[in-house]
Design a protein around this ligand. Structure first.
Ligand SMILES: O=C(O)C(=O)Cc1ccc(O)cc1
Ligand SMILES: [Fe+2]
Length: 452
């Protein structure tokens, strides 16, 4: 029996300098810093835009004078062998918590990384048992956290399970008995006049649209099976003639990509109506991306190498107005990938952009791509513009030091998948950026050698 997921609660980042990442989230990406937990050995910051919440965790710095090598939380648990001794709930009072990162476990990878997709569940103890029975690796047994004396908002229970994708974990938490603002242990940070839902917000980011994993070659079906078995995820096809076993395969001179997509919310309890689920809340899709054999260097392999293994390659942030969002973020310093300029001068693409009510110029300014969903009879000239289904996307440049994790803005007008034209153009714009970077670093190296 799978564990039943209610919704994505937050996604956590594990970084070496939380301050600068939080600064970027707030000043460039227009998130609100609304809660923080700062203790002697942990710094955790929660930032929100709409329903999209990132928790930025600072990885502990090695302590030079410690009597024995510093272990991260994960190892400490393993050594303590507490993982399967769950007979009793572990009770934490935040005031006495010394175990560093709360609700999470530090990443074993050395680089900055997005590595925990935290879900709200109905029953943590039951989820824990079902995952343990499936043979999963539970990194934290069901644990109760209460607000300190001043809080009094109640308690939250959580457990952490390791996924089969690199360093990706899932915290499962139940906050149904909690009345505080975010989570016990976190202090609210009041934000004057930013409670969200503002009608003239220039950055109307609403929620996490999808999470894309970079996977090793030929592993997507294994990943899919794990999520289906453990969480009841269901496969959905990105293309009408997508092969069940092969996934959505994009090949060409400059692309060799296999995509497989899955979603969770309709299906976590097969055939049952889930009364606890807010049907109006959009789901977050999961996409697995792997490169095809025989390809030259590409963005998936670069991610795997620089990240140190599989993981979250990018996260799609849904916005109600991508042009305004991209403009506002660009003005604040966010850099976006652009397709070749010819993208916006091609006659067919220009017509497609105009038919969607946009101007090629305003899309070109920030490298925004548009893809019309052709399956919906969009070719039909009698179809009014409002019935056309299309989507707009743009990728940011990598947000950490390594060429690993980045964000995407996506505006959906009726189109639920990912357009082939957009995927090819996005892939190409990242490839040409990477090739330019490589050339430049080669050139810099030659220059410095010449000057020696
Ligand atoms: O199109 C999207 O948003 C995807 O998520 C598909 C995708 C996955 C990996 C890439 O490197 C490029 C595109
Ligand atoms: Fe994406």
């Amino acid at each position: 029996m799978a564990a039943y997921l209610k919704r994505v609660h937050h996604i956590s980042l594990h970084v070496s300098h939380a301050g600068s990442v939080v600064h970027d989230l707030v000043s460039k990406l227009k998130f609100d810093l609304f809660a923080a937990r700062i203790t002697d050995d942990a710094r955790q910051f929660a930032c929100r835009k709409g329903a999209a919440v990132f928790v930025v965790n600072e990885r502990p710095r090695p302590r030079p004078h410690a009597g024995h090598p510093t272990l991260n939380g994960e190892e400490t648990l393993r050594l303590g062998d507490k993982r399967y001794s769950h007979q009793h709930h572990h009770h934490h009072d935040d005031a006495t918590t010394t175990g560093g990162c709360l609700y999470d476990v530090h990443s074993p990878y050395a680089v900055d990384t997005a590595c925990n997709v935290c879900f709200e569940v109905r029953d943590v103890e039951r989820s824990f048992r079902s995952l343990r029975d499936q043979g999963c690796d539970l990194l934290v047994p069901p644990t109760v956290v209460r607000d300190g004396d001043d809080g009094g908002g109640g308690a939250v229970t959580y457990t952490v399970v390791r996924s089969v994708v690199g360093n990706v974990r899932h915290t499962l938490l139940d906050k149904s008995g909690y009345e505080g603002h975010f989570l016990p242990g976190f202090k609210d940070i009041p934000n004057p006049g930013t409670e969200g839902g503002d009608a003239d917000d220039p950055c109307p980011v609403t929620h996490f649209d999808h999470i894309t994993y970079a996977c090793q070659k030929k592993t997507s079906s294994h990943v899919m099976q794990w999520y289906a078995r453990c969480f009841g995820f269901q496969r959905f096809f990105l293309e009408s003639n997508e092969d069940e076993g092969e996934g959505y395969v994009l090949t060409g001179e400059d692309i060799g990509l296999r995509l497989t997509a899955m979603s969770y919310w309709k299906c976590s309890e097969a055939g049952m109506k889930l009364s606890f689920m807010d049907k109006k809340e959009p789901d977050c899709k999961f996409v697995m991306a792997e490169s095809l054999p025989g390809q030259g260097s590409n963005q998936i392999d670069t991610f795997l190498k620089q990240h140190g293994g599989p993981g979250i390659q990018h996260i799609g942030l849904h916005t109600n107005d991508i042009v305004s969002t991209a403009r506002t973020m660009a003005e604040a310093g966010v850099q976006f990938f652009s397709p070749p300029p010819t993208y916006y001068t091609e006659v067919d693409k220009c017509q497609e952009i105009a038919a969607a009510g946009h101007s090629p110029k305003s899309l070109a300014q920030h490298g925004i791509l548009l893809d019309t969903d052709l399956r919906q009879g969009a070719h039909d000239q009698t179809t009014p513009n409002t019935d056309r289904r299309y989507l707009l996307q743009v990728f940011t440049k990598p947000i950490f030091t390594e060429e690993t994790f980045f964000l995407e803005l996506i505006e959906r007008q009726g189109a639920s998948g990912f357009g082939e034209g957009n995927i090819r153009a996005l892939w190409r714009s990242v490839q040409s950026y990477m090739e330019k970077e490589k050339e430049e670093s080669l050139w810099r190296r030659q220059c410095s050698e010449r000057h020696q």
